[in-house]
Ligand binder design. Structure first.
Ligand SMILES: Cc1ncc(COP(=O)(O)O)c(C=O)c1O
Length: 392
């Protein structure tokens, strides 16, 4: 049988990630290539208590169908956190629960994109977004990401010349670069977009993970009616629960509700209830202090080892939070070669190639600093330094 798949399936960029994750899981390979939060930081006992309480006290309701927008007390918790942390007047009615913020990428693209529409994003940009958007066949145009946010001249030119339906960006501790937009650039982006037909899609997967514990004001606060903000409990509680949210203006949420209902009726209601129980029984900020203390220490260790062990011509970003940083290889050293040789020598990194929609990226690698512990990081960075020095 020749299966007659839709044309769009052939337009998804080819990804070598599966191969990479298989290789990274080989025993003995120290991997900086993945994107897992620290398993040690998942509060299994706390989540087990919450699960037991939900099942014992309200099991029948928790195991029943529910509404598409999501469990109201959980949406209230999220809206209240925006008010307390950021002073943003979020209303639970503006919050929709999704299956991780990854689902939001798919559903926003489904609502807004016709084939051939323009979408803007950062270069390098989040691979999961490139994959999700590509199924809707847009023309994706990238704007270089500088240390303090997108190149503003090119951002403005993109908006004026190509009228993208939305620009997708990650202002806090971006994946893959680890860069954070300055407040000035956030305001400037809002000013440029204000009054145009282009939305800002603000993916805030890492806003709770700043090492200094201080939140940064989102673009949403400068441009509320034109910004779709997504968040997630994956990096702060547990990714396996698959609970994220979207915070968007009412007319957008109305459309969102239609596509979410068609996709899956609603997100896992039992998990929403367990998560809410867990959140009201624990101080999330206390938990986040422990997580960011660990990630900050790991990140500093990697940066120090990059400075000490590698050729002087190698540079790197210096993240203020999140889970990733980017290292720029010495001139002439290929990231794909570093990947291949690294695996042979027992260390895996992720080349920036698949993060660049318009080519390039063979000059840099993404390093994850959340998953490994300090001993593994030290050993892995020594192996990586030997690989790079061998290729330089
Ligand atoms: C920037 C960014 N957005 C979205 C996601 C999806 O995460 P989740 O669906 O678990 O919320 C990730 C996962 O790593 C990410 O890095």
């Amino acid at each position: 049988m020749e299966y007659r798949f839709a044309d769009r399936m052939s337009r998804v960029p080819e990804s070598f990630l599966e191969e990479l994750f298989r290789v990274s899981a080989t025993p003995g390979v120290i991997s900086f290539a993945g994107g897992l939060p620290s398993a040690a930081m998942i509060d299994v006992a706390g989540i087990a208590d919450a699960a037991r309480a939900v099942l014992e006290e309200e099991g029948r309701a928790a195991l029943q169908y529910s509404t598409t927008d999501g469990y109201l007390p959980l949406r209230e918790y999220i809206a209240d956190r925006y008010r307390r942390r950021l002073g943003i007047p979020a209303d639970p009615a503006e919050i929709q629960i999704v299956n991780g913020s990854q689902q939001c990428l798919d559903l926003v693209a489904k609502i807004f994109l016709d084939p051939g529409d323009c979408v803007g994003m950062e270069r390098p940009g989040y691979l999961g977004a490139i994959e999700a958007f590509s199924l809707y066949e847009p023309v994706v145009r990238a704007v270089p990401l500088e240390d303090d946010g997108p190149d503003l001249d090119l951002f403005e030119a993109l908006v004026r010349q190509h009228d993208p339906k939305f620009f997708y960006g990650i202002p806090n501790s971006q994946n893959p670069s680890g860069r954070t937009y300055s407040q000035e650039k956030r305001r400037a982006i809002a000013d440029i977009l204000d009054g145009t037909g282009t939305l800002f899609y603000e993916d805030d997967a890492f806003g709770d993970l700043f090492f200094d514990g201080k939140p940064r004001l989102p673009v949403k606060s400068y441009l509320p009616e034109q910004t779709i903000l997504s968040g997630s409990f994956s990096k702060v509680v547990a990714p396996g629960m698959r609970i994220g949210w979207v915070y968007a203006p009412a007319p957008i949420l109305e459309q969102f509700n239609v596509v979410k209902q068609a996709a899956d009726l609603h997100s896992n209601f039992l998990c929403q209830k367990i998560l809410h129980r867990y959140l009201i029984a624990h101080d999330l900020d206390d938990h986040l202090r422990r997580v960011t203390e660990r990630y900050g220490r790991n990140c500093r260790l990697i940066c120090d080892l990059l400075d000490d062990l590698f050729p002087d011509s190698m540079t790197h970003t210096t993240p203020e939070g999140g889970m990733f940083l980017m290292a720029f290889l010495p001139p002439g050293v290929s990231a794909m070669d570093v990947f291949r040789e690294g695996v042979r020598q027992g260390v895996a990194v992720l080349p920036a190639v698949p993060f660049c929609v318009d080519g390039g990226g063979d000059d840099a690698v993404r390093l994850n600093f959340s998953a490994a512990d300090e001993d593994a990081i030290a050993e892995g960075m020594h192996r990586l330094a030997a690989v790079v020095r061998g290729l330089a």
